[in-house]
Ligand binder design. Sequence first.
Ligand code: PEP
Length: 258
Amino acid sequence: MRRPMIAGNWKMYKDVNEAVELANGIKRAVFDTENVDIVVCPPFTDLGEVGEMLTETNMGLGAQNCYWEAEGAYTGEIAPGMLKSVGCKYVIIGHSERRKYFGETEATIKKKIKAAIDNGLIPIFCVGETLEERESDKTMEVVKVQVTDGLKGFDESYLETLVIAYEPVWAIGTGKTATPQQAQEVHAMIRDLLKGLYSENFSQAIRLLYGGSAKPDNIEELMKEEDIDGGLIGGASLKVESFVDMIKTTSHLYAQVQ
Ligand code: PEP
């Protein structure tokens, strides 16, 4: 059985004091929660402080992006090794906001996935279609290309830790959640694609998260779907109460099926 994951993407919210307060609140509420990998991804400037608070807890630290070189004259960029040095275990790669506002492409995303894995970080690789693509019936085709191109050339043992997040762009930060059926349909397609590209075992082991206006009142229905193994949460991860609620709902659900 795949272990579920609930990961919070704090985007460009929370200065270091606010981040410590939020992380502390979550930490206090989930210290005894089992069955779920809990991850928070604060802005770069908060990682050091939050990382220190999370050592030896059941919460993992993630970054929201990284560069692919180890060091050099790349003003403004952050290397995967630097993320490791402040306690990161995860890194979000290819988020649709990075694709849209910062020109990330399949080629740069692939380099970042490789850099992350080479440095022992777990990539949370984001894919998803725009509203226009969904309305013109291109969802499956678009997501298939994103997954295939992002992973091209890597073998399955190399990708062992990989996490994929399906995040329909039209659902991110809009309050419009994909229905559990819409999300499941794409998740099932991704799993089937991984089976074709690699193997049945690999496709069954990889965790597929859903992201896009997930919140306490829809998380349970989403998590009940067979191929949804957790959530990448934006807005609802910025408040202790809603994030913790989603973690606990997921934990209870998985405790029942174990
Ligand atoms: C995200 O940023 O990855 C996300 C899913 O955001 P939200 O939950 O706010 O839609």
